[in-house]
Design a protein around this ligand. Structure first.
Ligand code: ATP
Ligand code: MG
Length: 315
């Protein structure tokens, strides 16, 4: 089973899609088989990798509503080790259609296991919300990578995200880890960027990746050519930053990757997906019979700023 990493932050425009595309491409460049999964109705990740609507017969939408098995929606990309499970604008309706489903937060985690087996990594690009699509991603994931833009109000809303992660751990996916917090769009010329970096490091400690993604115009140009930066301009700062991030993640996950390859040979596998194992029988409803998605909607207060040091979440 590959490691599933959800790229999440409900704040818009912080670099989730850029990170998903370029991290997945960098992992693939190191010959780790990788699936890039777009679960955002904006489908920026899908177009950013160069997939047009005419090349897609099914998307994550058909997978989530149970019309198509995940494996059938997967398409290949220009890169030999990189596949994609695309999104489509019709995913907008999925959250509404899923609302009456039993265990509606577990639809993705139930749909993924067979396809996951083929990959070392599955990288999920989440939408800018904490709705059902992000909840499904966090429930299906082994870890969450949080991009934080090196800008004013960088930490705003992060308390709410951490609170959601905490609730997902309590009710749906106890083994969900924080892969790391990634500083994005860092401008070396600005004092502000350094100030934000210090603030983020003092809040999240060693959970912040050493790699920082700098502001780089190639990263913003590449999607319009349907390419990850590494194919658009491999020598660009952006491509190099994301390659460094991939190396950092590979280093941290050595054991996991070795375990994955061992398990392919029929031996025991460490770090299997909690959503598939220990929580398989647990209900996604809490003691009051409310669904977890409703709980998160109500339980987002008091989680902002310094009152919720990262330690509370045993990161
Ligand atoms: N390091 C960077 N340097 C320059 N531009 C960047 C960088 N990272 C992201 N961008 C640009 O910033 C914008 C927002 O980035 P991106 O789409 O990755 O964010 P997002 O979090 O996925 O947004 P959304 O919340 O809408 O899904 C895009 O135009 C992207 O090209
Ligand atoms: Mg996006």
């Amino acid at each position: 089973m590959g490691k599933v990493i959800a790229i999440a932050n409900q704040k818009g425009g912080v670099g989730k899609t850029t990170t998903a595309i370029n991290l997945a491409a960098s992992l693939a460049a190191t010959e780790h088989s990788t699936l890039l999964l777009d679960i955002d109705p904006q489908a920026n990740c899908t177009s950013g990798i160069g997939l047009g609507e005419d090349e897609i017969s099914a998307s994550i939408y058909e997978v989530l509503i149970g019309e198509v098995p995940a494996a059938e929606a997967v398409v290949t990309t220009e890169m030999p080790f990189l596949d994609m499970l695309p999104s489509h604008i019709n995913l907008v309706g999925a959250e509404i259609e899923m609302i009456d489903e039993m265990q509606r937060e577990k639809i993705l985690s139930n749909a993924l296991p067979r396809v996951r087996r083929k990959y070392d990594f599955v990288v999920i690009d989440c939408p800018p919300s904490l709705g059902l699509l992000t909840l499904n991603s966090l429930t299906a994931a082994n870890s969450v990578l949080i991009p934080v833009q090196a800008e004013y109000f960088a930490l705003e809303g992060l308390g709410q995200l951490l609170n959601t992660i905490k609730i997902v751990r309590q009710h749906l996916n106890p083994d969900l880890e924080i892969e790391g917090v990634l500083l994005t769009m860092f401008d070396t010329r600005l004092n502000l960027s350094n100030q934000v970096a210090r603030e983020v490091r003092s809040y999240f400690g060693d959970k912040v990746f050493e790699t920082i993604v700098q502001r780089n115009v190639r990263l913003s140009e590449a999607p319009s050519f349907g390419k990850p930066a590494i194919l658009y301009e491999a020598s660009s700062k952006g491509a190099k930053n994301y390659m460094a991030l991939a190396r950092e993640i590979l280093e941290k996950n050595q054991e996991y990757i070795e375990g994955h390859h061992t398990s392919e040979n029929g031996e025991a596998e460490p770090g299997g997906n909690a959503a598939q194992s220990s929580t398989a029988s647990s209900s996604s409803e809490n003691a009051d019979g409310e669904s977890v998605s409703e709980t998160i909607g109500e339980d987002s207060s008091g989680a902002e700023g310094e009152s919720t040091p990262a330690d509370d979440f045993s990161l």
